[in-house]
Design a protein around this ligand. Structure first.
Ligand code: ATP
Ligand code: MG
Length: 312
């Protein structure tokens, strides 16, 4: 079964998409993992970092984008069916194991979703809108991914900034979340806001469906002028104090013009300029990512063994 990883930060422009596509590319190319990138953002940045606009156009025409899968969950009685396995575009950058579920520029109509949920609440649950809302939030992304779960080692969800229905639905079905940040105050506030939201989600589902989600780590993308001296150190110390050393990637992603240039070629920098400092940092980060995951899984195993011993 795949691990589901959400890349999220409430703040925009902190490197979520760049981290998603490059981590996915490095895991597939350098570690032989089977990875699916899912673009949950209507800016379609992850999609256009992996395939050309021409290819995206084709995927849309063939109805092979997230939009059709989302609409199917919201309105399950439509005539035509889209299957996730048919929608997935395989062999991204000709690399075996790297696949994409394309995003779309208009994924769902918020007005229509509220209307459908209100109708459903009226008919089935004594006008309890919260209940139907939670059902949708809990099941939406989970249901979409379910048929593909055994085909991958990792499914990485590129979340939009902010806290939309898709982001919440991604978080509630994820095993881990990955937090890219810049060492600057607003980006740090973005981390804190996300933490608060995730805790609230945990509260909401704690009785019926306790959430699995755990932070795998915070990855810092460094902006050149922020790196200098005391200020940067202060910010980093604050994050260390809040989250602990184990939750921070020691690999920092440097500001590297090749990262943006690669987007022009609709490729992750790991493929487009493998020798660049940016690409090498992402490859290093992918090793650290696997190591962190292994450590967490080992700790969980230890814990469950201890629980068994206590039961005995
Ligand atoms: N290490 C880097 N070096 C240089 N440019 C970078 C680096 N990381 C990201 N960028 C550029 O910074 C911009 C923002 O990055 P990205 O799109 O990954 O952020 P995001 O958090 O996904 O944004 P949004 O919140 O809009 O989804 C992009 O133009 C990207 O090419
Ligand atoms: Mg993005």
């Amino acid at each position: 079964m795949a691990y589901i990883i959400a890349t999220a930060n409430m703040k925009g422009g902190v490197g979520k998409t760049t981290l998603t596509v490059n981590l996915a590319a490095a895991l597939a190319k350098h570690h032989g993992k089977r990875v699916l990138v899912v673009d949950l953002d209507s800016q379609i940045s992850a999609t256009l970092s992996l395939v050309s606009p021409h290819k995206f156009d084709k995927l849309r025409k063939e109805k092979r984008t997230l939009k059709y899968l989302v609409n199917q969950v919201i309105q399950p009685f439509g005539e035509s069916k889209t299957y996730i396995k048919d929608a997935i575009e395989p062999y991204i950058g000709n690399v075996k194991g790297l696949d994409l579920l394309s995003g779309d520029i208009d994924i769902y109509d918020e007005f229509m979703v509220s209307e459908i949920l209100h109708q459903k609440a009226l008919r089935f649950v004594k006008d309890d809108f919260q209940q139907v809302w939670n059902q949708l939030e809990f099941g939406l992304i989970r249901e979409i991914l379910q048929p593909a779960m055994t085909d991958y080692d990792f499914i990485i969800l590129d979340c939009a900034p902010g806290y939309s229905l898709l982001t919440r639905s991604a978080l509630v079905c994820s095993d881990f979340y990955l937090l890219p940040a810049k060492p600057e105050p607003l980006s740090i506030i973005g981390i804190q806001l996300l933490e608060r939201r995730i805790n609230r989600l945990r509260e909401t589902y704690k009785f019926d469906n306790p959430l699995q989600i755990e932070l795998i780590g915070i990855a810092f993308t460094l902006s050149g002028n922020l790196l200098s001296g005391r200020y940067y150190k202060q910010v980093m110390r604050r994050v260390h104090d809040d989250f602990g050393k184990a939750k921070i990637f020691t690999t920092r992603i440097p500001e590297d013009v090749n990262v943006s240039k690669a987007v022009d070629r609709f490729q992750p920098v790991v493929f487009a300029h493998p020798k660049s400092s940016g690409a090498q940092a992402f490859v290093k980060l992918s090793q650290e990512f696997l190591h962190k995951l292994q450590t967490i899984m080992d700790m969980r195993q230890q814990k469950s063994k201890l629980n068994l011993v206590n039961l005995d």
